[in-house]
Structure formats: structure tokens, C-alpha cells
Design a protein around this ligand. Structure first.
Ligand SMILES: Cc1ncc(COP(=O)(O)O)c(C=O)c1O
Length: 361
């Protein structure tokens, strides 16, 4: 304990590139209260198991799905892996002809968790280019999909540019090829209900979704969400569990802390929908403010269509800002990337800009 007492976790006021945030105080409280429960063993930890059912129902409401199936995962990575896993198990040879390797199709903007999924599950990941606005190119998706495609993945709120792929059209392409459609709304899921984007189960007949309470949902880590339209998706993931009172388990992890489940329910109870709507408007305004400030300084930006700004600054400037202890990151193309998460205040962006002006080269 001595070593822990000597250290403090980082404060959030200089964290500008994380996709996680400070949990809402109610989520924090609930997470601590349920820390030692295990929704992986629902017959023993009944209360938290019931809360998980509430969490899935609530996530379904946010994502436009009545009667949702799914569970609270450890994060978007697990939800994406399980979406690929379910697609592979459901196809189970029926889909793939002639012994060819089954494939999944996704834009290059897809999160690297999908690379992990493909590698672990022995499927080929076919990444296709994005268009000039960083959204999946439909012609390229169409050209990549074939008889061996199990799953098409669209991103609703991409990690680097906050873009939303053309989900309804991608769903048509997937279903025309008898493949499934998964939407990765891990980051965007708690923002997009307040926009005009078509991204949800209500906008297209998508099969599954990743939507993370521990990102814009303001739950405590670890709280991701896997949602499915049909029970068969979750059933396809289930294995027998001989030594537990329940007979099967669909999660990738076994024991998992109830903190994620309880924190997610508490945050959603507190914030859905008014709190999340306000948060989206505040952070979208922050992103637009920041983008304008960059432009005023002659710095190129990618327009923030969701609360995420990327800007071209020199490597030296980037390093100088890191030296000032700003927690910032770069896109694969080397652009500075700032994610306006709920903890990001206007005052902290102003302090960042003042440092930028001082160190810029
Ligand atoms: C779009 C998207 N999907 C998936 C993930 C992975 O989520 P996690 O780190 O919670 O596993 C991220 C992480 O930032 C993400 O931005």
C-alpha cells in the first residue's frame, strides 16, 4: 500500500487524447460498491446479474433496439472480437465455400481491435480505403465482399477522425452477400443519438454493435457493451460451464468485476438522455472552438463533425506540448488529435492554446 499511497493517478485536466474520461460521481460510487461482485457467476451474484440485464436494456434503448441481447464487456476491443467470433461461429462452414479462408471487410479506419479479432479467430481482415472524408468507400466495400465474407464492419465515430461510415448502405452490401453487419459505436454510441447520423439498429437492420459506457457514457472502466439484435448471436458465443450453477457463458472473460456493470447502469440512469445530450452539445462546441482557433493560427484542421479535432502541427511542436505534460496523441498520418471528452473544459483548451502559442515552431 505504501507504494500506492506515494503515487496519484493522473489528473484529467491535461488529458486531451484519451477516449476514456472521469466517471460520473454516481458511476464511481456504484463501481466501488459492486467492485467485489462477479457477473460472470450470475447464480451467486444475482443482484449484479440483474443489473447487467438492465444495462443491456438501457444500451438497447440508446442504440435503437427493443429486446436487445448482449452483455457488458470489458471494452470495445472485447465487443469487436466477440462480434467477429459470433459471425464465424454462426457461419461455421455454411458460408465459406471450397475451403477458402473466411474474411471480414472493414474500412482502414477500423480500430486495431479488429486486427486482433481476425488474428485470433483465423479470419482474413480485408481493409478497404476510405473516401476523402475518411468514411468507408462503398465501391471498395462492394468490391471486397465475396462468398467467403462473414461480416462487414462499419465504424460509427472513428477513433482518429470521428467519422461515421455509411451504415445503411454497408448493411445492404453485407446482407446481399449473406454476411452479417457489425457497427463499432464504441466511442460514438453515446453521442450519435443527438445527431442526424444513420448509425443505429433503428436506422438499418444491423446485426450487432459495440457501444462503450466507459467512453462517452461516463461509466467507470471496464464497461464496454456488446449488443445483438437476435438471441442467436449471443448463443453462438456461449460455452458450457460445468462447475457453475448457470449452464453457459457467452463472455470472453470469465470472472469480471461488477464495477463495470453497476457503474454503467448508474451513469446511464443519471445521464440518459438529457445529461448525455448536454455533454454532446458542450463538447461539440469545444471541438468547433478549438478547430477555429487552429485555423486562426494558420493550422490545417480536419473538420470536427463529432467532438474530435485533428490538426497539422510539426513534430517539434507536438513534442514540446508533450513536454508541457499535455496528454496528446497523433493519428497514423502524424496529425495532432484532440478528443473532447466530458472532462475537457474550455479553460483547459485555452491553457493548451496558450502553451501552443508559446512553444510553436
Ligand atoms: C472506435 C473504437 N472501437 C474500439 C475501441 C477499443 O475500445 P477499448 O479500448 O475500450 O477496448 C476504441 C478505443 O478507443 C475505439 O475508438
Amino acid at each position: 500500500m505504501q507504494r500506492v499511497r506515494q503515487r496519484q493517478p493522473q489528473a484529467f485536466d491535461r488529458v486531451l487524447s484519451s477516449m476514456c474520461t472521469e466517471p460520473h460521481p454516481r458511476a464511481h460510487e456504484a463501481a466501488v460498491e459492486f467492485l467485489a461482485t462477479n457477473p460472470g457467476d450470475p447464480a451467486t451474484y444475482q443482484t449484479v446479474a440483474d443489473l447487467e440485464t438492465d444495462a443491456v436494456d438501457q444500451l438497447g434503448e440508446i442504440a435503437g433496439l427493443d429486446d436487445a441481447y448482449g452483455y457488458v464487456a470489458s471494452g470495445g476491443t472485447e465487443a469487436n472480437i466477440q462480434a467477429v467470433h459470433a459471425a464465424r461461429n454462426l457461419a461455421d462452414g455454411a458460408q465459406t465455400t471450397g475451403g477458402d479462408t473466411p474474411n471480414i471487410v472493414a474500412p482502414t479506419s477500423v480500430h486495431f481491435s479488429v486486427t486482433k479479432a481476425a488474428e485470433m479467430l483465423g479470419v482474413e481482415l480485408r481493409t478497404v480505403p476510405v473516401d476523402d472524408d475518411y468514411r468507408a468507400d462503398l465501391d471498395a466495400v462492394s468490391a471486397a465482399v465475396d462468398d467467403d465474407t462473414l461480416l462487414v464492419i462499419g465504424v460509427a465515430g472513428s477513433t482518429e477522425y470521428g467519422r461515421v461510415d455509411p451504415i445503411p448502405a454497408m448493411t445492404d452490401l453485407a446482407h446481399d452477400a449473406d454476411a452479417r453487419m457489425h457497427v463499432d459505436a464504441s466511442w460514438g454510441g453515446f453521442i450519435l443519438p443527438f445527431t442526424d447520423y444513420e448509425w443505429s439498429f433503428a436506422d438499418a437492420p444491423i446485426d450487432s454493435m459495440a457501444i462503450d459506457p466507459h467512453k462517452f457514457g461516463q461509466a467507470a472502466v471496464p464497461a464496454g457493451g456488446l449488443l445483438a439484435r437476435d438471441r442467436e448471436t449471443v448463443d453462438a458465443l456461449a460455452v458450457d460451464t460445468p462447475y457453475l450453477e448457470t449452464t453457459s457463458q457467452a463472455t470472453l472473460t470469465g470472472t469480471r468485476s461488477g464495477a463495470g456493470v453497476a457503474g454503467a447502469v448508474a451513469a446511464m440512469d443519471e445521464l440518459w438522455p438529457a445529461g448525455y445530450r448536454q455533454q454532446y452539445h458542450d463538447q461539440q462546441a469545444n471541438a468547433e472552438f478549438l478547430a477555429e482557433e487552429f485555423v486562426d493560427r494558420g493550422i490545417n484542421v480536419v473538420e470536427p463533425t463529432l467532438p474530435l479535432v485533428t490538426a497539422s502541427v510539426s513534430p517539434a511542436t507536438f513534442e514540446a506540448l508533450r513536454d508541457e505534460e499535455w496528454r496528446i496523441a497523433r493519428t497514423a498520418d502524424g496529425d495532432l488529435r484532440i478528443v473532447c471528452m466530458p472532462h475537457v473544459s474550455r479553460a483547459s483548451l485555452e491553457a493548451f492554446l496558450a502553451d501552443l502559442d508559446r512553444v510553436r515552431s
